[in-house]
Design a protein around this ligand. Structure first.
Ligand SMILES: *Cc1c(COP(=O)(O)O)cnc(C)c1O
Length: 377
């Protein structure tokens, strides 16, 4: 059996262990310490300097705290992109609120601004104004944030931006994660950089971020004894994980260029190939190309994305169907949905290909060899 080729695996830069060792040497083995502060400063600088950052235990925790800070409560409705990973939507349920799913457009595969406005109008007509909007930068491709922010401003609904897959992506230089009132990042093991597990909440409003830190450390009031006037959470990032994060920040731009180079190699080889299409960056958009994704149009290609996935799997190569839309998930059956067929088409025909920044040319040659045999069929 050939060695496993992963979809997206951790890729250390080398200096992570220096920061982790420092944490051990100084006994900062806790969910606070110099690495947590340093990692937050690194991120804030990277996001453009105006943003404040709270380092957390996961992106999911960031989305949960984001909803709490936007005052989402039981019985409220929150608009969420349907074409996403479940962690975008689960925190809505944690709050006892109801997600309202919105379909994608075909340029970026993210939330359709037209359907967003339709959904807002319809929910208001039904007597309930949505409390928040969660767009996602899926696979690193920025959502149409100018259009989405314009609609959100017009209806005065705050945006909680799920930038878990979009660290380093931007539109005309403005970083993903800095468009919404609150942005959320993830450093899970499969993301473009990792802290083994972790996340962050980003906002221009320093008080909001301070409130996120407070809630993430059990909402302890200022008192010598433990006193609480609010329900708190244990969502802070550990100083060990933050040490990994500081090392990873030193190579973030390199990782982005490596991921983009992987994407370019697929495009060079398969752009225009029978039945295969890629998703290009709209003018001014910059994707970190966290994952390279393709659509296989079975009528033209003569095979399905599942045929290709199974052929890759046979050679011990991991690939994965595009994320199954939330409105199709059994757990969200019966949830309101504003659709146009796009996310269902993407799920039916889309495949994520091995995209790691640590893929070797030999790895890619193995992937290409399988894709070539499918093309020749
Ligand atoms: C990974 C991911 C999350 C959750 O991040 P974790 O750090 O794994 O909790 C949220 N949304 C999207 C779109 C993701 O890909």
């Amino acid at each position: 059996m050939n060695p496993k080729i992963w979809l997206s695996s951790p890729h250390m830069g080398g200096r992570e262990e220096v920061f982790v060792k420092e944490a051990f040497d100084t006994n900062w083995v806790a969910p606070l310490g110099p690495n947590v502060n340093g990692f937050e400063q690194d991120l804030s600088k990277y996001m453009g300097g105006v943003s404040h950052v709270a380092a957390l235990s996961s992106g999911t925790a960031g989305l949960h705290l984001g909803l709490i800070l936007l005052d989402v409560k039981a019985g409220d409705e929150v608009i969420c992109q349907s074409m996403t990973f479940s962690a975008s939507a689960n925190p809505i349920a944690y709050q006892g609120a109801t997600p309202v799913f919105v379909d994608s457009e075909t340029d970026t595969w993210n939330m359709s601004p037209e359907l967003l406005e339709q959904a807002i109008k319809d929910r208001i007509a039904k007597g309930k104004k949505p409390k928040a909007i969660i767009p996602v930068h899926l696979y690193g491709m920025p959502a149409k944030m100018h259009e989405i922010m314009e609609i959100a401003a017009r209806y005065e609904i705050p945006v909680l931006e799920d930038a878990a897959e979009g660290l380093g992506s931007h539109i005309n230089g403005k970083q993903c994660g800095t468009y919404g009132k609150i942005g959320v990042l993830s450093f899970n093991g499969n993301k473009i950089i990792t802290t083994s597990g972790g996340g962050a909440l980003v906002a221009d409003d320093a008080a909001l971020v301070e409130q996120a830190r407070f809630l993430s450390t059990q909402a302890r009031d200022a008192a010598p004894h433990y006193q609480h006037s609010k329900i708190g959470y244990n969502y802070r990032m550990s100083n060990i994980c933050a040490g990994i994060g500081r090392g990873q920040m030193e190579v973030l731009d390199l990782r982005i260029s490596q991921r983009r180079a992987v994407y370019d190699k697929y495009v060079q080889r398969y752009n225009g190939a029978k039945g295969i299409t890629f998703v290009a960056e709209p003018q001014g958009y910059f994707s970190n190309r966290w994952l390279t994704t393709i659509l296989i149009h079975p009528k033209q290609a003569g095979y399905t994305r599942e045929d290709l996935r199974l052929a890759l799997d046979k050679d011990n190569i991991e690939s994965r169907p595009l994320w199954k839309p939330m409105h199709m998930q059994p757990v969200f059956a019966g949830t309101p949905f504003y659709g146009n067929g796009v996310s269902e088409m993407l799920f039916e025909n889309g495949l994520c290909l091995p995209s790691g920044s640590n893929l070797t040319d030999a790895d890619l040659d193995r992937v290409f060899a399988i894709m070539d045999t499918m093309l020749k069929k």
